[in-house]
Design a protein around this ligand. Sequence first.
Ligand code: ZN
Length: 541
Amino acid sequence: MGVKTLRVAGFWAVLLLMTSCGTAPKGRATSTTPTPQKSEQTTWDVDLSRSELGSILEFLASDLLEGRAPGTRGSRVAEEYIKSLFKLWQIPSAVPGDYLQPFDLNGFSARDLELDVGGVTLHFSKDAMGAVLSGEPNPAVEAEAVFVGFGITTPLWNWDDFKDVDVKDKIIITRLNDPGLFLPDVFEEKVLTYFGRWTYHVEEAIRRGARGILIIHTDETAGYTWNVVDNSWSGEKVRLDEQVNNNLKLRAWVKEKSLERALAARGIDLDELYEASLRRDFRPVELGFKIRAKSTLTSRRFQTNNVVAMIPGQSEKQIVLSSHIDHLGIGKNKEGDNIFNGAIDNGSALASMMLVAKHLKEKQKDLYYTYVFLACNAEEGGLLGSKYYVSQADKSKIIANINFESTPVWEKAGSLMGVGARFSTFEDLLRKVAARQGLEYSEFSLSDQGLFYRSDQFPFAAADIPAVWVSAGEDDASGQRKYTAFWSGDYHTVDDEYDPSWELEAMEQTIRATLGLLQLIDEGRLEPSWKDNLTFPITQK
Ligand SMILES: [Zn+2]
């Protein structure tokens, strides 16, 4: 599991004995000894003007950047802008290519899918969504169908749906989510785990050499409606080479009702399959018929870039701060405003990271660790830029990742949150920072939706690097919950637009909290470590 020992226990004992955390003069006592410092009275406080907070965000969210989809002109402008800010603040490049780390993407735009499930035709968009991923214009596959239950194998909850059954070259039909949604005492009950996400199901199908996967959609198991599936496949899907150079060709979703109808025509009862799938002794079921699929799609290969800078400290050990540049681009079939500006997702977050960089640069002479700033690309396509970065990095040097995602832009929050902090000593550190800054520490109420696995901290975590998404909380001083409302409102719509009336106080809190966290780690020479409660596998060392 890669669970490390709690190296900071002694330090925490010292901190717990100290009761006062009042305000203190700026700056810190310098020391050359490698032992933790008791400098908790100092603070890396900074002046942040409102125009400074708003300017980067406003530019990133402007219509001229056309929604910053990877491989577009708007994306290139955003990359150059970020690079220019690093240069302006004299923060050097961390990669050979003058701040730009290029990587290849494979883009697929599906226009039709002919799907035959045991002799019953299912229709594109109405019954099923997806594609046979290939560089050809009309790729087709045909293979035996196997129902694999939830399609999950993990020692964490001693759950194995596949047993010794070989599904190589088969098309697997899988339930979404995990058994915890239906059963007590397995997985994290109603909390969506890593194993419940569709991305895991696809990765497991690839590992097992399957020819295709049909993911059964229900509102309950997906946590979103069929419309979301339909919309997300109506634009271009992007993938890294490693994700498409394998045996898995058909990748599609099917509506539960449509699948039920197709199975019934063969005398198979979907409810009975579901019932069996809730048992630990479940084994994959050969359905005795073939699935045939033929796609109409266009594909292209193109390059995009991460933008990477660093502030070197005394040590070569690195803390990587990350935040994604990209958003959803321009909606093709929409009338009126069709630009997905992504002001909050992820303009405010990227602006927050950039301002942390700017102000950390002012402390460079005091820094122990080296700080890398990763403005990554193609997050919306499945965390692709951060995945690529992690795959190329010297991971032995990276001790932690701090990510910024959709940073709140409204009034002051009463709390600080760390998505995924509970898995590591980051939670203890953030509680300490919150207390110092007069804030509560809280869990994000939407964490149940698997948010830790859904932004750029996750590729770091999966590579055994303690990681966290830091943010001001959702409890606005006025008692409103604008941030919570954002996630079920403007999130991933064309209405995620810059509003000059935003207070930007929560963004300021996020920046201050991050600087406070970095100060605590840097002065203490701490290395965040995992706790023994990980609910995801370490897949890359
Ligand atoms: Zn985002």
